[in-house]
Design a protein around this ligand. Structure first.
Ligand SMILES: [Zn+2]
Ligand SMILES: [Zn+2]
Length: 57
């Protein structure tokens, strides 16, 4: 997926398990490392991410 702000490519690896660390309580968003924009993760991407993770393990 792409950042909605700067259109840099974002990968599921940028989503941290326990939230982003920048928001209290944690969030399920990807914070773009380039511009800091929060991008809500799309269900399809999250699903793919979880599947890939299982596959590796
Ligand atoms: Zn960005
Ligand atoms: Zn956050």
């Amino acid at each position: 997926m792409k950042c909605t702000f700067c259109e840099h490519e974002l990968t599921p690896e940028m989503l941290r398990e326990k939230g982003c660390g920048g928001c209290l309580g944690g969030c399920r968003k990807i914070h773009c490392p380039y511009c800091g924009q929060e991008n809500p993760i799309v269900p399809e991407l999250l699903e793919k991410f979880l599947k890939d993770d299982k596959h590796k393990a």
